[in-house]
Design a protein around this ligand. Sequence first.
Ligand code: NAD
Length: 469
Amino acid sequence: MDAYSDVVDRLRSSFRSGVTKPEAFRQSQLKNVMSMLKDNEERVIEAMHKDLAKPKFEAVLSEFEMVLNEIHHASTNLSTWMKPEYVSKNMATTFDDCFVRREPLGVVLVIGPWNYPIQLLLLPMIGAIAAGNCVIIKPSEISAATESLMAEIVPKYLSQDCFAVVCGGPEETAALLKNRFDHIFFTGSQTVGRRILQAASVHLTPVTLELGGKCPCMIFGQVNIAAAARRLMWAKFFNAGQSCVAPDYLLCTAATRDTMLPELSKVLEQFYTKDPQTCPDFCHIVSQRHWTRLMELLKNSSGKVVVGGEGCLEDKYIAPTVLVDVSENDALMQEEIFGPILPILTVESLEEAIEFVNRREKPLAVYTFSNDSSVVNTVLEKTSSGGFCSNDGIVQMTLPSLPFGGVGASGFGNYHGRWSFDTFSHRKACMLRGWALERLNGLRYPPYSEDKLYWLRWTASPKTSCSLM
Ligand code: NAD
């Protein structure tokens, strides 16, 4: 018995009762998530403002609308997703029903981070509800205002027999993880990801790990400088760079850097005024610990600050900052930055940039800016990453029809839309057989003979393609 076994047991017994399986139940709970957000919109925005000084505009765009869009997408497509998927058959199964049936896994755990505290908690939950599971969500304790609001409102809108919120930090999460789950969906750092995987291995629980890393952005060949600067600065400094898919560093030639720099600084002033600290459109850092970590990185960098560089601990503010003359061994290049700091590294050629990226862990996203499609295609072809976007940043994750997830050190498994539904479903291979063709079946029964084997092999040959086995 541990502190959380009661809640896990309650959800498991609800799951076993079958209550979450009918489409009507799943649809009603999805609708309830939507009502919960709509009824509490102001409070949720206020909580995220308290946690991160998140601008309302960014909260609505990247948290509310993302979640509402996902619910709409799941709800519209659910009956199709739930249908059995019929597969091709061979001669021996001509008269049988052969299909893949997607079944809920059971009780699943969703552990969220603090940077998009609503989106990254509720998006996976929507997939898990759509797939017919019971769900425990564990928000991040770092975004404390959002965490306590979730704990208050989720039970008011969703079935308490089937869904629960568990609050707390590392200690509470470690205790929760002692329980058996049917799937664990974790979004967070690589360090904690390893712990989750270890805890899951005790029960052989399948895991999805949505982790971080350093997402490179490369600018090569001719490029529309003004538009590239706007898109890049937006993707980098949205949420003050605290996005897992934010461009972490920029790779380009010295000539491109020199052309880009004045444009980058012009755009930053247009976006966030001359005084970003008081600009309501610029997010702040989530905690003093992260503020200190980021300011230390800046202090230890041997790069030259060309824009920003200032910080204010009291406000947990760090200015949108751009550095040049940053080397591969620089402090800023040793870990994911996850803040409003953009180092620019110069290389001689596109090939050198690709080589640089491929020497490092596989990132969650690779970005390439160029007017030349051969540059874009070369990077697409020669690098490996969770996702890819040319001539923009972050927006690839807003489409529910594209899978979202990492590869290698940036994680494994994926979600969004149909991909979430599949992540939280077991694909059961089903064959419903009748009694036809029993004479043909005779070929596989003992007593075995060379004749029987000959005919079985003949049916299986690619030329005949009427395999009996
Ligand atoms: P984190 O790993 O510190 O925390 C994530 C969650 O794990 C939180 O709910 C936290 O309470 C819990 N946790 C922390 N320590 C734990 C422990 N020892 N045992 C068990 N649980 C523990 O991550 P974070 O700081 O909240 O988020 C930032 C990281 O998340 C960055 O690395 C970022 O790249 C990554 N991230 C990835 C994605 C993605 O979709 N791939 C999205 C957002 C953030």
